[in-house]
Write a protein of this length. Structure first.
Length: 365
């Protein structure tokens, strides 16, 4: 038996017993005849696609409740395609990276209306759809259609770096790690091998304190032989995260309604509802009295503390000002009562501002 085949055999034996139970996953099919080969059960393409889009730059733990909500509300691709973008954004709120939700909407309509509800099976065709890149296309192709391919995520990179003691740091080693992972492409159970590698990295070969005693590959791991698997993969030191600063304006009408506005469809938090805010600048010494974008004349009250929110490439620090005004109309926004908030697409940042205002109000009262 080839060494790689032996590794796959050990990996699948471990996966069949200890693989994660995930709501979008089909477990391997066991035969009554224990000597018969276990077969991969193909996943529902819609469920696999939905989960893979949600899992982009997001943890499994965070995704599961959102996934369950979407599947309950829209159990088929045709029902999702009939949903409005606003409804999708409302249910996506808090998951972040909102371009994914817009692409989810576009992709569902293409598949439902142009492809008769059928997902393409090949990586090349999947890659043409909105929101689906090479990794997601490979994952869907292997897991939902059983085609021999490999999708390499950070978990699999870590497993490969340790198995083969790759000394070159990330991100320079990405190509090498991908090539090593491709050596494990299976013709019999491609989706199961892929998910087994993901699970191995997520539950055993963890970033810190790997559980080497429980690893099905410990007998062949070069990282374990040299005695420092936890130090792999090596990574190029990250640059300090950039800081940006701004102001948020909590504007209350006499009847208690709050002024909110919709962000442009393109750009960060595209299409989401936000509290009126200033631009986000790198200069901490911005002066509210000289800001030309102050939304209106009012008796502004600065709330204590600030709202901190970390995006993928910078950390935002917002100072919140509150004011009550009469019923006049203001451009660039709409009035909402608090009981309407749960029907709006409010990103995590907006939710934090609301919590900050509520906390300040409680302290005053």
């Amino acid at each position: 038996m080839h060494h790689t085949d032996e590794l796959i055999l050990h990996l699948l034996k471990w996966y069949d017993s200890f693989g994660r139970e995930l709501p979008w996953r089909q477990k391997p099919k066991h035969h009554r005849n224990k000597k018969a080969a276990i077969q991969q059960v193909l996943g529902n393409p819609y469920f696999i696609w939905l989960s893979e889009i949600m899992l982009q730059q997001t943890t499994v733990k965070t995704v599961i409740p959102y996934y369950n909500i979407f599947v309950k509300k829209w159990p088929t691709i045709s029902l999702l395609a009939k949903a409005s973008l606003e409804d999708i954004l409302v249910n996506w709120a808090g998951l972040g990276y909102y371009a994914r939700a817009r692409n989810l909407h576009k992709c569902s309509r293409i598949i439902s209306m142009d492809l008769n509800g059928n997902f393409p099976s090949s990586e090349a065709e999947l890659n043409k759809l909105p929101g689906i890149g090479p990794y997601t296309a490979a994952a869907i192709s292997a897991i939902a259609f059983g085609l021999p391919t490999m999708a390499v995520d950070v978990n699999i990179e870590r497993v490969m770096a340790r198995m083969y003691a790759v000394s070159q740091p990330l991100p320079k080693s990405k190509k090498k790690l991908s090539d090593l992972a491709s050596g494990f492409i299976s013709n019999e159970r491609p989706g199961d091998v892929l998910q087994a590698l993901m699970d191995l990295g997520a539950t055993i070969c963890k970033p810190q304190k790997p559980l080497c005693d429980l690893c099905p590959w410990a007998w062949s791991c070069r990282g374990l032989v040299i005695g420092s698997p936890a130090n792999l993969p090596l990574k190029t030191p990250k640059l300090p995260i950039k800081q940006r600063f701004g102001y948020a304006f909590w504007i209350v009408r006499k009847d208690g309604a709050i002024l909110l506005r919709r962000r442009p469809d393109n750009g960060m938090l595209g299409g989401m509802i936000e509290v009126t805010s200033s631009d986000w600048l790198e200069n901490e010494s911005m002066n509210i009295e000289t800001m030309s974008y102050k939304p209106c004349l009012a008796e502004w009250k600065k709330l204590p503390g600030s709202v901190i929110h970390t995006f993928s490439h910078f950390r935002l620090n917002l100072t919140v000002y509150a004011a009550q005004i009469d019923g006049r109309k203001l451009r660039g926004g709409s009035w909402y009562m608090r009981e309407q908030f749960n029907k709006l697409a409010l990103p995590k940042l907006t939710q934090k501002i609301i919590e900050h205002v509520d906390s300040a109000s409680q302290k005053v009262s």
